[in-house]
Design a protein around this ligand. Sequence first.
Ligand code: HGY
Ligand code: MN
Ligand code: MN
Length: 414
Amino acid sequence: MKASLEIDIGRLVREIEELALISENQPPVVTRVLFSDADIKGRAYVQKLCREAGLKVRQDAVGNMFARWEGRDAGAPAIATGSHIDAIPNAGKYDGVVGVLGGLEAIRSLQRSGYQPGRAIELIIFTAEEPTRFGIGCLGSRMMAGTLTAERIASLRSSDGHGLDFWRQRAAVEGSLDSVRLGADALAGFVELHIEQGPVLERQKVDIGIVEKIAAPSSLRLRLTGVGGHAGAVLMPGRRDALVAGAEIALAVEQAALNSGSPDTVATTGVFRIEPGAINSVPCAAHLEIDLRDTDVACRDIALAKIEAAASEICRRRGIEIQLERLNADAPAICDTRLVEKVVRICHDLKFSSLKLISRAYHDTLFMARICPSAMIFIPCRGGVSHRPDEYSSPEQIERGARALGEMLREMAG
Ligand code: HGY
Ligand code: MN
Ligand code: MN
């Protein structure tokens, strides 16, 4: 019987707390948007920890970081784990970070046990899992999977109008972008540790979630242009108020999800900016970003078409000009059944209760599953809360996740 792995949970929790202090906001609020000063500092912090663990660190042309533990079988494709450290505005400490620092601690616990991997083991810190910078999530893993054309990459714009090259230069990330794509046999397998970002595991008092499927995400960006003017002088008939048109669209978004016929359809108008934003000035423009998902891609696509049709009809009726951009509409990911069964058995051996479930949040595994057999290990988070400063998983929950991950890596690396 293999010696069971010892996770240094004290150290892991300290590192999670230290990384949480690297934020664009005051603690406990974490914000670390792609290639911001906080993101750049956070990346340097994690790279330092990886080097201290004796891992060889490299970075690709879009900033995906790879920390590698060489295997005995140098020619064999590596296996990998990892997640992200970028964080949306007003976020918590654990989303993504548990998979990065928990992945590093899983590797260190294997090193301490005297284990020598057959295949190399890579810890991947993905670029821009969050959509905040460019409106599209999983930018780094999408490009590793080769799902974005050169034109699409060139068209990426942050809200202040800058393209990807501006942000890469800011972060001293260089290289040709078409070198990011991984070859079909680059990796033999991938497994990501992540907080559930939902209430199921806590409600059912289960230690470990084993993801079978990741829901199908899509997002829209709308630019509405009306006619501004003096709030006192412009009478109501014939107004072309961009905010009110946007508000009607946001209600149509909610209706499309409520009336989709599927309890798994979720739709959110998460960004709604107006111009000029003065109390006594009729809004002349509105910028909306809409997030729509479902576990069933056909259902998602019906709701997506409904939202696009409603937005056009509302703007036509209100005399508002609309620019509508579909940023992404991705297929769901199915996790590899053999890896799923491995996690089931590892949990059994470790005496952790486990439950197979669907991930309603998307993750880099959504795209890694297009490159190699992939799986996800979830741990509970308090109240299912995430993308909020009060996001929380206990040291015991994190330790169980890291131990299950460590055993998984040991099996996958042979
Ligand atoms: O939005 C998501 O599902 C992920 O947390 N970025
Ligand atoms: Mn997130
Ligand atoms: Mn995440």
